[in-house]
Design a protein around this ligand. Structure first.
Ligand code: BDR
Ligand code: CA
Length: 314
């Protein structure tokens, strides 16, 4: 199995990503590290624990991460409702979070991985604060990372939170800069990719039909996501941003990528959090990322349906 750590800020789409990963035996989830993002840390932590409870995966340790971005004032998500998980009624968490924090866990676990040669894949579904702080405390942990597969940025697409910035990059552009300059290979699922996979009303009922014991809660989560964005996506629906990270790991043939060096703007107010790809080698720097350009949207939806139907088989 592929050893992974999931760094996230649930978030409705984060939750769908987690629920997909939970029923994927090809993945060995070593830990989950919630961070402030869609909601303040205490809420993303609680949401993570509730989703673990729902998925009956409280065996996975959850390590509380950073409560604030490196330098900027926090901003929180839109479209995820008051708790970050729509109006979904979820089970109360039974198991508490770990007593050590996300940054210490990342440093310890990645140091071990660097020494053993069994490198770990970081799945990043939120602002990159936890990863950046860990890298600043001990840059050597980079050698313990196989790659970072991240949802974030917008290259050919405009931003979704400002004219130029995607939400995860805008929340903590300084952290993104630390990660992009760390030398760690990156797979970038930006809005260019995620805007190709829109969860439409007909999908919501399909998912509800197949997903067995989590069906009601999943339908509630998804129904909240199925929002009115006709102007933007040509019909109702919301993009399945974060779950694409899990799909990329398990069915990479559904994705096309292009290599480039990626940068993030962290000084200009107008362009704060904008991501830039050096498509034509203008910077003279080596590429650090595979940027997903094309997604087989139907293939990906079929993949999620197949995975989430495992909740019916159990
Ligand atoms: C990203 O922002 C968050 O609201 C989502 O969970 C996703 O990670 C999309 O821009
Ligand atoms: Ca997220």
């Amino acid at each position: 199995a592929i050893p992974i750590i999931i760094d996230c800020d649930p978030g409705i789409d984060d939750s769908i990503a987690l629920l997909t990963a939970f029923v994927s035996p090809e993945l060995d989830i070593l830990g989950i590290t919630p961070v402030a993002g869609n909601q303040p840390l205490l809420q993303t932590l609680r949401n993570t624990l509730q989703i673990c409870e729902l998925g009956e995966r409280s065996d996975i340790p959850v390590f509380p991460g950073c409560a604030r971005p490196l330098l900027r004032e926090p901003i929180y998500g839109q479209f995820h409702g008051d708790t970050g998980l729509g109006n979904t009624r979820l089970p109360e968490p039974v198991k508490p979070p770990e007593t050590i924090g996300a940054v210490d866990f990342l440093i310890d676990r990645l140091t071990l991985a660097a020494g053993s040669g069994h490198r770990i894949t970081l799945c990043c579904l939120g602002p990159l604060t936890n990863i950046a702080v860990a890298l600043r405390i001990d840059p050597r942990i980079a050698t313990g990372v196989d790659r970072i597969v991240m949802m974030g940025g917008a290259y050919r697409e405009p931003g979704n939170r400002t004219m130029t910035a995607e939400f995860n990059m805008l929340v903590d552009p300084h952290a993104a800069h630390v990660v992009f300059s760390s030398g760690i290979p990156i797979v970038a699922l930006s809005l260019d990719a995620t805007h190709q996979v829109i969860l439409r009303p007909e999908h919501v009922s399909q998912f509800a039909r197949v997903s067995g014991r989590i069906a009601d809660r999943l339908a509630e989560l998804m129904a909240f996501w199925d929002r009115d964005q006709v102007e933007r996506y040509g019909s109702r629906g919301g993009p399945l941003h974060d779950p694409l990270v899990i799909a990329w790991l398990l069915v990479p043939r559904l994705f096309q990528t292009r290599r480039a060096k990626i940068f993030v703007e962290y000084e200009s107010e107008l362009c704060m959090g904008q991501t830039i790809a050096d498509w034509y080698g203008k910077s003279g720097q080596e590429p650090n990322a595979d940027i997903v350009t094309q997604v087989d949207a139907e293939g990906v939806i079929a993949f999620f349906l197949d995975r989430l139907s495992r909740y019916a088989a159990e």
